[in-house]
Design a protein around this ligand. Sequence first.
Ligand code: PSU
Ligand code: MN
Length: 305
Amino acid sequence: MSSLLEFTDEVKEALQQGLPVVALESTIISHGMPYPDNVAMANKVESIVRENGAVPATIAIMNGKIKVGCNARDLEILANSKNVVKVSRRDFPFVIQNKSVGATTVAATMIAASMAGIRVFATGGIGGVHRGWESSLDISADLYELQNTSVAVVSAGAKAILDIPATLEVLESFGVPVIGFNSDTFGAFYSRSSGIALEMNMKTANEIAEFLHLKWWMGLQGGVLISNPIPSEFEISAELIEPVVAAAVDEAKNLGINGKRLTPFLLTKIKEVTAGKSLLANLQLVYNNAALAGQVASAYAQKSA
Ligand code: PSU
Ligand code: MN
């Protein structure tokens, strides 16, 4: 199976030597942001991971292989080609079989990271339980992956396009620890706080690394969600973003947009309506997560040594 994985030399060497590596998703590049902001973001996130002591490994599918680490050309392809497939758990074999270009969601990135032996992953926001779940049953495969796959995911919480209380209920049922980094509430992506309290608060990357070691050493498999709120200077208040989100959710419903198309549709709509303000916030929170993930990966590698 390892023949399916295609490592860059840098990532391969880092893994062989037990050096810190941070996995990065590619759906955020191909389906989460417009070109060329997306490719600028992808490159900058990689530099931030490096500045924080770890090697970045952007995950994607190309030419029938799972890339663990992308070069500048790969990132450009992911950012600027038509027909990039959004790949979650169920899409993997089909996209490999057809040699399509695939961008990995949080779920798919966790799978690839775990296969490669990478324990820490930085994203923007995770998928979750969608508003209106009572009738649509739309629960992101990201939550099931967090239940099963032993990778720590650094996020800014979950976006207000979701039903955040329901998302946290599912994470609790699935036994997924949710750690607030320097915050006692769960992050709401564009805003620092969803208002929902978190019991586990940590103030240093080192504490988080210790927690990860202990959980997995105990044999408690599964992911860990780290909620790293957006820096206050970049946040958009809940009052401002809520009506925009509600309108986008309504419009999606009226247009019959569902399944894997829903999240990208909502993100694009919100960006249009906020005249790019949401994009700016999105970029900054991803950078903030990349920095913390680099630090957590470094602390984790030190404890493994
Ligand atoms: N949330 C964001 N931006 C994103 C995503 C989620 O704020 O780009 C992407 C992530 O890749 C996540 C995926 O894993 O959407 C979830 O999609 P779905 O809801 O279809 O599972
Ligand atoms: Mn969904």
